[in-house]
Design a protein around this ligand. Structure first.
Ligand SMILES: [Zn+2]
Length: 323
């Protein structure tokens, strides 16, 4: 295979892999909503089920109800969080693509902004969902709503539960006290770390560099990657291997497409493929930059990626202002 052909194949594969994290997130959100509201929804019908805005408004009102209960049960903790108070009006019979559907979606968006205090960088616009203009913005916003609502007792998608586990692990390592929350956490099926390590090894050995791009296991689900000594947290989400980057998630495959020299050559030449933002406003306040990139090493690719692709306002919103 000539160099040019090789680069093209890599480019196509990388482009596909850049869509995977979105698929994994949609799958997770769909399963969560299905369980929560007994909906007939899966990753394939995700947007169709949500595009009329009815489910979104129903969800907003349910989150507001859970917040109200939290406020009654834990008044001392409630004042530390931004709790939604107002409900949204909803036209339940709205049909896709109609004015009523837009109205519902718009009401949900207003509720996210005003009641949930979601940062602009994580918001979506009505057209993003109704006209499918930007699926990613919509998905990231829904995840952020779930992330925030989880703090006051709303059941959370698996991805958010895994974030909380990782944050807890980091706190323990840094000898910080556990997060002060009285809320019972749902029992998650323990991560299959043996299987995870196998999946990591399979992705690792696709490397064709003269010196293999290394992924050294530090502990279960935690790896030191490449020359930069960057530490990453890895988890299995259904059949995807996910890696926690910045305050968000990527698939490990796409992560390696961006960081392993033999896989990233074609990507580096086409920045449009690489303009994804995996950044969330709720990066745990306890996660110091040093943990992701240990001090003596140069800034890891993750940090560079984040710096170059994150709008300026996202940098100032690392901390959980709602706390
Ligand atoms: Zn390589």
């Amino acid at each position: 295979m000539s160099g040019i052909q090789g680069a093209t194949v890599r480019s196509i594969r990388s482009y596909k892999s850049s869509e995977q994290y979105l698929y994994a997130m949609k799958e997770d959100l769909a399963e969560w909503l299905k369980e929560l509201y007994s909906l007939d929804i899966d990753v394939g019908s995700f947007l169709e089920v949500l595009e009329t805005g009815s489910v979104l408004c129903f969800h907003a009102n349910n989150v507001t109800r859970v917040a109200r209960e939290f406020h009654q049960d834990y008044p001392g903790l409630a004042h530390k969080l931004q709790l939604p108070r107002s409900e949204v009006t909803c036209n339940e019979s709205a049909q896709p693509g109609t004015f009523q559907a837009r109205d519902n979606v718009s009401n949900f968006i207003q509720w996210c902004r005003k009641e949930m205090d979601i940062k602009e960088v994580l918001m979506f616009e009505t057209e993003d969902l109704v006209l499918r203009k930007n699926e990613k913005n919509f998905v990231l916003c829904l995840l952020e709503v779930a992330r925030r609502a989880s703090r006051f007792g709303m059941s959370a998608p698996t991805l958010i539960q895994m974030e909380e586990e990782i944050e807890e692990e980091i706190r323990e390592e840094m000898d910080l006290p556990p997060e002060n929350t009285p809320l019972p956490k749902p029992q998650r099926k323990p991560c299959d770390f043996k299987n995870l390590d196998q999946m990591v090894r399979e992705l690792e050995c696709r490397c064709t560099c003269p010196v293999q791009f290394s992924m050294i296991k530090v502990s279960e689900g935690k790896y030191r990657v490449g020359d930069s000594n960057t530490l990453i947290f890895v988890r299995i989400l259904r059949n995807h291997v996910m890696v926690r980057v910045g305050g968000g998630w990527d698939t490990l495959e796409h992560y390696l497409d961006k960081h392993d020299p033999c896989r990233c050559t074609s990507l580096c030449k086409s920045p449009h493929v690489d303009d994804l933002i995996f950044f969330f406003s709720s990066e745990p306040a306890c996660l110091p930059p040093g943990l992701v990139s240990p001090p003596p090493s140069p800034p890891p690719p993750t940090a560079q990626l984040r710096d170059s692709s994150t709008p300026p306002e996202a940098h100032s919103s690392h901390h959980q202002t709602g706390k």
